[in-house]
Design a binder for this molecule. Sequence first.
Ligand SMILES: [Zn+2]
Length: 325
Amino acid sequence: MDVLSVLTEKLEPGQSEWVNWSLYPLPWGGELATPVLLMRGGGPGPRVYISGGIHGDEHNGMEIVRRVAGGLDPAELSGDAVLIPIQNMSAFVYRQREVPWDGYDLNRRFPGDAGEWPSDRIAAALYEVISQCDYVIDLHSALRGGRCCPHIFVGPDDAPAQREAIQLAEAFGSDVIIAMRSGETYEGFQLDNALHVRAAYDGIPTVCVELGESDRIEKSFVQMGTRGVFNCLKHTGSLVGEPEELNRPLIVHEQVTVRSERAGFLLPAVDAGDEVAEGQLLAEVTQPTGKRYEVHSPVAGIITRLQVNGTAVPGDRIAVIAPRE
Ligand SMILES: [Zn+2]
């Protein structure tokens, strides 16, 4: 089914409809489909794509999209909205991050193609719609074992949409915005095929919002994220009104990852979102024999991601910090 033709041809201005978007054929002859709310505004305006669940175990974003869908009135909307709570349905069913059929991270496969891997084909099906939207608000949580304070990634500085993406991120509201420089990697990973990077290169202001933990629906982050999406919709002119006045986020180009050099039980001494000083204790790593090691922050800054599972081994991330320059 062509969701854009439903949006533009079937729906009248001021109407909306949940449809099942078929993204991939299934072995028994059915289709892998995911629910998407198509909303045609009462008047002209931008088309905004609001999404969660590119990683199948990140439930905060799914719940935020569900709440936004319930709170939006198409008659009050200018332009269109495409709201998709679960982009990676196969992974969601298995309660895992990656597409189960090939093990790939769907958020490293954009724009996708009709080529070798199921993840590429699912990415291509999604991107066919995304590429015809004017803004993207994509919602995430920390990789399993971590906790994120609200922070937002935007595309790199040689992408035409970076500036507008930063403005969209400022309207959303977060502690930190990470605006990478061209060619930089995130912890050694090249992100050119992440949605927020690919779309920014294609001129679509896109925010990749990180909130809380995987595998959970956390009330405070869901409330914060829902407010953030409505702020964005005011910023884009999709809704009347001004976004809330918010504290200015810290904008950084890159973050500092602090890793454990030891193995042991992990006891954090700080929380995600905390402001830390250079040299401050971040965590203790202890062993049953009584040995105890301390992990200290090499920089002053805000902790965007904290490891919260109970153990650490050498090389594990303890914290990711947005440095104060
Ligand atoms: Zn994610």
